[in-house]
Design a protein around this ligand. Sequence first.
Ligand code: SF4
Length: 262
Amino acid sequence: MPPSTRRVALPVWGGERTVDLPVPGGRGTLLAVLPAARKMTLEMMRLSEQRELREGRKVSCKAGCGSCCRQLVPISSVEAKSLANVVERMPRPKREAIKRKFDAALAKLEEAGLLFAAGDGPRTSLVSQVDDSESDAWADVSKRYFALEIACPFLEKESCGIYEDRPLICREYLVTSDPSHCRSIDGNARAVPRPAFPSRALAHAAEVLDGIPSSSIPLVLALEWAEWMGGELGADHAGDEVLDAFLDGLVWGEELDENADP
Ligand code: SF4
């Protein structure tokens, strides 16, 4: 039976576009919604990029530029599990090399006081030196993380080594500024405005369907988190249900901050 699709509106930049998303077949965990979430993100960013072009700005991101891959990358529990699965499917030598990079990143964060030593529970966040507000705390850990110059464990010769499987947040982040600004977080990087955040919608779906708090897990903690969770991610749900939960979490026009961090 051919996979079914669902046509959904893409209320982007005042237009009335639609996109046909694959509906997960049968029952499965939230991992099954990733193809739809990726397609939604691709179409959304394609329209955003076209809008930039119309206004005379060209996206400067290209293969071989990993300038933004030393920034703190927040992902949902769904994508943490997905990345852990990607690593487990790698041939052994590569898998072990990637795991060593994750271990080295965590050791560096512990040494810098950004991460408590591993204990009894899962480590899902970094340690902020400010507790004024969630956004201040995030800004603080982002800045200190960036200063450590930790390349994403998946970065290979300045290109993404898991391009087809990269997280939604990496797909959402495009810039029209000089790549050097992505290397310095000097505030001059001009991100293409995002009309919605599919990455957050995925976290919302995990909270609604599986009761997993929609925290943003730093990518470097993905393997540790997935190992601590063990087994599969959450319960099995019908395909329509996981797609509904994802789409319900999309808030169009939620934030159009042109300089929002990835
Ligand atoms: S997953 Fe790929 S695109 Fe995302 S930060 Fe890592 S290397 Fe860069």
